[in-house]
Ligand binder design. Structure first.
Ligand code: UDP
Length: 459
């Protein structure tokens, strides 16, 4: 019987990139004959063009299909998690009919955390093995399943009284805005639902590895700790699921990097969805200029009320992003900086020997891409679980500094200080050493698969 996997990713490159990598791993290392990946999106042409930029080779055994969603009637002003979960809920009938008509019938199903309602569809279609792919940290998975194990009152009491959740065996997670949990009632309810659905899967894959999150991964194995919360559902660290840099790729940014000294350039990018306010963009520009450090900056049109605005292309009606930069900025920095509009070949930039630091919004893929290339970071979290990621890389792993993202804007003086700490100071040298050590553990992790060899074929 042909081994066929059906993989479903919720909207956003942060979900598409690791699910596509997982698909390749299943074909190359787990004996799959065919993998079909469904990418749910509100804008097929935009997703196609972004995927085209990250997928170069074509393979007849590796089929990619898009599931188009009409979001015109949907309120997409809320928090990202609720927005995406709602989109995935609306996509369920289309996911069902797409998976149902697949030939040969898939025996393995995988969906990311935001689409766990599709596990019930896979069950109804009698797919033998159903999984969740966690496209972020094991720590975030721990938070999600632990929240689901608490009733609503206990959860709220915890958040109100200590402003944190003490997850067994893991670092606690602090919450902002806890004075008034009703501000994010919907988000907590969606998170609890997702956590409860995760443990209906046959297994959970997480884009992480032992060297990166040893304590949390151990807590999942421990039946006294998270193992108990998971009720026997195995958790497999399968990371790093990271697209390898394409050797010999031609791009003006890479040509420019070729001319710069080793580890001298700071790469600045806020992922596929991140957007700054106009005021913050100007402050960042002045900060970069003041550092005198070489830089590449991926600039997007600003957004005033939603830091994830670029994900839904909500900034598209605005004028040129470069119009928002301070007068004369491009001219004054032309010898040290390169400004790229909208999209850059991130993997290839991070893999380039001239890149020495990364100002990142701490999307999990960006974090992993920086680690596998041994580049220390300046964490500037914007939305979703990015604050947790920023904490992990700064306080636990000591491979990054973290800007202070309060309610106000990050001032140019702070930007200068952060860049200097990573690029010039002793502390930065230590971080570079640490991240290079971690890079080695990622290479080791890729050599050993943690999923047993007969796992996908056994009943
Ligand atoms: N990406 C890229 N070029 C860009 C912006 C993003 O190649 O200009 C890729 C990046 O390498 C990563 C993904 O898009 O693989 C973004 O995922 P991440 O989890 O970092 O952030 P998200 O976009 O989901 O917020």
């Amino acid at each position: 019987m042909e081994l066929h996997g059906a993989l479903v990713a919720s909207p956003g490159m942060g979900h598409a990139v690791p699910i596509l990598e997982l698909g390749k791993h299943l074909l190359n290392h787990h004996g799959f004959d065919r993998v079909t990946v469904f990418l749910v999106t509100d804008n097929v042409s935009r997703s196609k063009s972004l995927i085209g930029k990250v997928l170069t080779e074509e393979d007849p055994k590796f089929v990619i299909r898009f599931i188009q969603l009409d979001v015109s009637g949907q309120d997409i002003t809320g928090l990202l998690l609720t927005k995406l979960a709602e989109m995935m809920r609306n996509a369920l009938p289309k996911i069902r009919s797409a998976v149902m008509t697949l030939e040969p019938r898939p025996s393995v199903f995988v969906v990311d955390l935001l689409g766990t309602e599709a596990l019930a569809v896979a069950k109804e279609l009698e797919i033998m093995k159903k999984h969740v792919l966690v496209t972020t940290s094991a720590w975030f998975l721990a938070l999600t399943v632990y929240m689901a194990s608490l009733d609503k009152e206990t959860l709220y009491k915890n958040l109100r009284s200590i402003g944190a959740l003490l997850i067994p065996g893991c670092s606690p997670v602090k919450f902002d805005r806890v004075q008034n949990p009703s501000n994010y009632v919907r988000e907590l309810a969606e998170s609890q639902r997702i956590g409860a659905e995760v443990i209906t899967a046959d297994g959970v894959f997480v884009n992480t590895w032992h060297g990166l999150e040893p304590v949390t991964i151990r807590a999942f194995l421990d039946l006294e700790n998270l193992g108990q919360v998971m009720r026997g559902v195995p958790v497999y660290p399968v990371g790093p699921l990271v697209r390898p840099a394409e050797p010999g790729l031609k791009h003006e940014v890479l040509d420019w990097l070729d001319l710069q000294p080793k580890e001298s350039v700071v790469y600045v990018s806020f992922g596929s969805g991140g957007a700054l306010t106009a005021e913050q963009m100007i402050e960042l520009a002045y900060g970069l200029e003041l550092t005198g450090q070489r830089f590449i900056w991926v600039v997007r049109p600003p957004a005033e009320d939603d830091p994830s605005a670029s994900m839904f292309d909500k900034t598209k009606n605005q004028t040129e992003p470069l119009d928002f930069l301070p007068d004369g900025f491009l001219d004054r920095t032309k010898d040290i900086g390169l400004v790229v509009q909208t999209w850059a070949p991130q993997e290839e930039i991070l893999a380039h020997k001239s890149t020495g630091g990364f100002v990142t919004h701490c999307g999990w893929n960006s974090v992993l891409e920086s680690i596998v290339n041994g580049v220390p970071m300046i964490g500037w979290p914007l939305y979703s679980e990015q604050k947790m990621n920023a904490l992990l890389i700064s306080e636990e792993l000591k491979i990054a500094v973290r800007v202070n993202v309060g309610d106000g804007i990050v001032k140019k003086e702070e930007i200068v200080e952060m860049v200097k700490r990573v690029m010039d100071e002793e502390e930065g040298k230590e971080m570079r050493k640490n991240v290079k050590e971690l890079k080695k553990t990622s290479e080791e992790a890729l050599k050993n698969t943690h999923i047993p060899s007969t796992y996908f074929t056994q009943n």
